[in-house]
Design a protein around this ligand. Structure first.
Ligand code: APR
Length: 247
């Protein structure tokens, strides 16, 4: 049993639940977390050196190729029990919001509906110059390909270091974090702002905050409950108990 009945009861009664997920939730699907060592071809690069506008300006081909590799990797993996447990939780909570920092789309593939993508989605492409989402372009062999509208270079529609987060996703995430009964923080290192502020905002507004992560983070000492362990093991069990206790 993860939580004794007295502690589970307020969770089971919650009407408004907000969840923040990070790379750890996709770890068991085989998507390496950002701070894991890169492997193979990309072992000598740090994400912080590839995921920036400066890196793209300096070497657009290198950045495009890195994302093409990650896009292929994501297309080949499947949602895991953690993604599926969150999709199931959504079906029993009246107001449920899933805020994710992940760009892999695995929550939606697992059946989650109300998903706020704070850092974009790796399967979308946009124009570097005009920021416009582009769905098709001519393959001429040039890498990166060019925008069919303005001829600018194409890039993945993800938020890079040094870039601001998309509106209205950010303001919705703030709103859902300050108006919830329960806030789950799952598989995130809680260091990258502004997402890292969300569980603390929830705490300040009186929510029960539960952290699920095998490792300690800056949230660990402040969370109402800490459930250490892999998300793919802890979340299905938590949702099973939650269902069993629901009024
Ligand atoms: N289950 C739950 N948590 C896990 C698991 C697991 N199986 N495996 C690892 N974790 C935890 C790690 O302990 C760590 O705290 O997931 C977290 C992953 O941390 P990061 O790699 O820093 O990922 P995240 O917090 O999502 O990073 C935030 O930073 O690099 C940018 O834009 C990128 O969206 C990313 C953001």
């Amino acid at each position: 049993m993860l939580l004794p009945p007295a502690r589970l009861d307020p969770l089971a009664r919650a009407r408004r639940v907000t969840v923040l997920t990070g790379a750890g939730v996709s770890a068991e699907s085989g998507v390496p977390t950002f701070r894991d060592a890169q492997t193979g071809l990309w072992a000598n690069f740090r994400p912080e050196e590839l995921a920036t506008p400066r890196a793209f300006r300096h070497n657009p081909r290198l950045v495009w190729d890195w994302y093409a590799w990650r896009r292929d990797l994501v297309a080949r993996v499947e949602p895991n029990p953690a993604h599926r447990a969150l999709a199931e939780l959504e079906t029993i909570i009246p107001e449920f919001t899933l805020v994710t920092q992940n760009v892999d789309g695995l929550h939606q593939r697992a059946g989650s509906r109300n998903v706020i993508e704070l850092h974009g989605n790796i399967s979308r492409t946009k124009c570097f110059d005009e920021d416009r989402v582009v769905t098709s372009w001519k393959e001429t062999g040039e890498i990166p390909p060019r925008c069919p509208h303005c001829g600018g270079l194409l890039r993945p529609d993800v938020v890079w270091f040094e870039e601001s987060l998309p509106e209205p996703a950010l303001s919705q995430a703030f709103e859902r974090s300050t108006h919830c009964d329960v806030f789950l923080s799952v598989g995130t290192s809680t260091v990258v702002q502004p997402a890292a502020a969300l569980p603390f905002m929830a705490l300040e507004h009186g929510a029960i905050v539960v952290e699920i992560n095998p490792d300690a983070t800056p949230l660990t000492s402040r969370a109402t409950h800490v459930l250490p362990g892999p998300a793919a093991e802890v979340l299905p069990e938590l949702v099973r108990q939650w269902r069993a206790e629901a009024p």
